[in-house]
Design a protein around this ligand. Structure first.
Ligand code: C2O
Ligand code: CU
Length: 443
């Protein structure tokens, strides 16, 4: 039986504050409620969330609820709402329909606002979640700081081109806003660890010194069956929920990222984000079923393609290079109709990786370079390697309005690799999009 649905309210204040990422190392952060990450927003499936965002920055902002299947008007992008100006408050209100690990982040001037810390986790629980001994969130980030712990802006042509090409990959590695965090856990326990990659451009290849762990969930919630691995790639925007443990008393190991070559000027290397320290034994009450849920396949591998999307990189006189969707920047793509199954073939014609993100809907990968995937999963962000074609299937449900897709390397998104499109009700011919500013109010 479902729990009684509740209304859950949160207040988020965006502002500039000092944040200590390590003892004696303070940065000028931008974030929510004076902390990085911002507060964890929690609810149960079916609850209504009211989140009041007050902007105390000196520039406008808006907040996107990454992965949440909510109405278009609440999606937090320029095409569906007026930006929240300094001093104003905007009230976001939506029902949370899915259990899983989601997150929120600024969707305005992201190369600055996200880089400086404007993000947080949103955890939606359900009675059908596996029983574990603990639940932790690991928000992965990196910041590019100079020797005085200041954010830099590349001023010369070449460094600027490099940052545009690679995305802004930082030298300061953070988990939950802290450098060199130590995670204490009891021996004998099995915990759910929810990894969220909130960085601008870093490819995080999770590795725990060879220890096995089970992947139980990703962007759109649980997988069908746990998958035991020793490493997994988590690209910007993506989430991976794993079961960690049981470990032995006295064990200690690093949470690392293995080198992943996504074809950048920067050389891929192995780096440590945090350490885990295992303390005394505690008995476990965890129960991880072999079948976590069932996912209905949306379409067979050979379903006919309804749209092709080409991602590429082209020269630009002004910027050195542009990041393109169908040979253009900041594209308006064709509408889709409610109830019409979408089979999109995304062709990465460039020589570097791009994490493709679709707002507001989950998709299933049905084919990658001619092959069916190893398992079903509900995704909103999926990495597309160079010279690769990925076929995805998704269903526009009854949430008409404007939506978007883009590369989640924030600098690529800003450099043009994005498109808006409309979900239309085929029974109503006229343009249906309205910009939500009805609940817009001055603080
Ligand atoms: Cu998490 Cu439009 O992005
Ligand atoms: Cu990209």
């Amino acid at each position: 039986m479902k729990n009684q649905n509740k209304v859950i309210e949160y207040n988020l204040e965006a502002s500039v504050f000092n944040w200590e990422i390590a003892p004696g190392k303070t940065i000028e952060a931008w974030g929510f409620n004076n902390q990085i990450p911002g507060p964890v927003l929690k609810a149960k499936v079916g609850d209504t969330m009211i989140v009041r965002v007050t902007n105390n920055l000196h520039e406008s902002t808006m907040v996107h609820w990454h992965g949440s299947r909510i109405p278009s008007g609440m999606d937090g992008t320029e095409i569906v709402q007026k930006a929240i100006e300094p001093g104003e408050t905007f009230e976001y209100r939506f029902v949370v329909p899915d259990a899983g690990t989601f997150w929120y982040h600024s969707h305005h001037n992201e190369t600055v606002q996200m880089e400086r810390g404007m993000y947080g986790a949103m955890i939606i629980e359900d009675d059908s979640d596996p029983i574990t001994d603990g639940d932790r969130i690991f928000m992965i980030d990196d910041m590019k700081l100079d020797a005085d712990h200041h954010f830099t802006k590349p001023s010369w042509y070449i460094p600027r081109i490099k940052e545009r090409h690679d995305g802004r990959q930082g030298n300061t590695l953070l988990i939950n806003g802290k450098e060199d965090a130590v995670i204490n856990m009891n021996a004998g326990q099995m915990e759910r660890w929810r990894f969220i990659n909130s960085s601008s451009a870093r490819y995080f290849m999770l590795y725990m010194e060879g220890r096995e762990f089970k992947i139980v969930g990703t962007d759109g919630g649980l997988l069908e069956k746990p998958r035991t691995v020793t490493e997994v790639l988590i690209t910007p925007g993506e989430r991976m929920d794993i079961i960690a443990g049981p470990f032995r008393e006295g064990e200690s190991f690093a949470i690392e990222s293995l080198p992943y070559n996504r074809v950048t000027f920067l050389k891929a290397k192995r780096e440590t984000f945090a350490r885990v320290q295992i303390g005394e034994f505690k008995s476990s009450r965890a129960f991880i079923p072999e079948q976590l849920r069932t996912i209905e396949p949306l379409a067979p591998q050979d379903a006919p393609v309804s749209r092709t999307i080409k991602l590429s990189v082209g020269p630009s006189l002004k910027n050195g290079m542009d990041f393109l969707v169908n040979n253009d920047v900041h594209v308006n793509d064709q509408p889709v109709a409610i109830g019409e199954l979408q089979i999109w073939e995304i062709n990465n014609a460039s020589l570097m990786d791009h994490p493709f993100h679709l707002h507001g809907f989950f998709f299933q990968v049905i084919e990658e370079n001619g092959k069916a995937p190893s398992h079903l999963a509900l995704k909103d962000t999926y990495n597309i390697t160079p010279r690769t074609k990925v076929k995805i299937a998704w269903m526009p449900d009854n949430r008409p309005g404007m939506w978007m897709y883009h590369c989640h390397i924030i600098e690529h998104h800003a450099a043009g690799m994005m498109a808006n499109f409309e979900v239309i009700d085929p029974n109503k011919p006229e343009k249906q999009t309205t910009v939500s500013n009805s609940v817009h109010c001055h603080a």
